[in-house]
Design a protein around this ligand. Sequence first.
Ligand SMILES: [Fe+2]
Length: 240
Amino acid sequence: MSEPLPLPPPGDLAIQPLFPVALGQLQLRPDPLDLALQLQALHELRGEASSNPDPGCAWTGDLNGVWQLQKHPVFAGLIAELLVHVRHYLQQLGFDLSQVALHVQRCWPVLSEADQVVGRHHHPNAHLSAVYYLSGDGSGDCGCLRFWPQRQLNELVPGMAVGHGGPLAATPWSASFVDLAPRAGLLVLFPSCLDHAVLPNVSSEELRASISLDLVLTAAAQLEQPAEYLAPHPSQWHAV
Ligand SMILES: [Fe+2]
């Protein structure tokens, strides 16, 4: 049986967060030479294109045939390193890694030039999403990653958290979004169902470069009886 919430101490009203979204962040220290080689490879993969194709939209590899970076010689080592941290994230969420298999479904670059964005979306095809930044100084100038909550329960009155002169100030309890500033070497992990977008790149010269990963969980291959709701391992699927 789980423990009930602890009782508050006598005195002031206590508010505590319930059901937090597990946003994972890890700052890695990329080797400058590796980083330069990776950026050069991404420029080559993008080729002549510079948008998606709307000039205001960042170029994304998933729409341009570049969606298996985990197999690319320049990126395979990096992706393998990132997946070690992904497994730590899953363990912290409570997953028993002996019973689940983790799959890279897609892995693609996103290159955002001046003023380019990626509109609000989520990844219904995946379970866990990851982003690794190859650029950014932590200021957010090259375009923050913005997250929205699935439901805004604390606004109490639907629509209040949007603002527009309404009677609800933005506080940590009522914020309608949170922004994350990219920094080279930063790994970010979040549930794939969480809505997100990339804000405009307003830095004067910096190309915003990142790698996205969509990950899927299934039952481990050796399990004869997968847990309810968990898909069997793909090796046990039957194509028709
Ligand atoms: Fe995304």
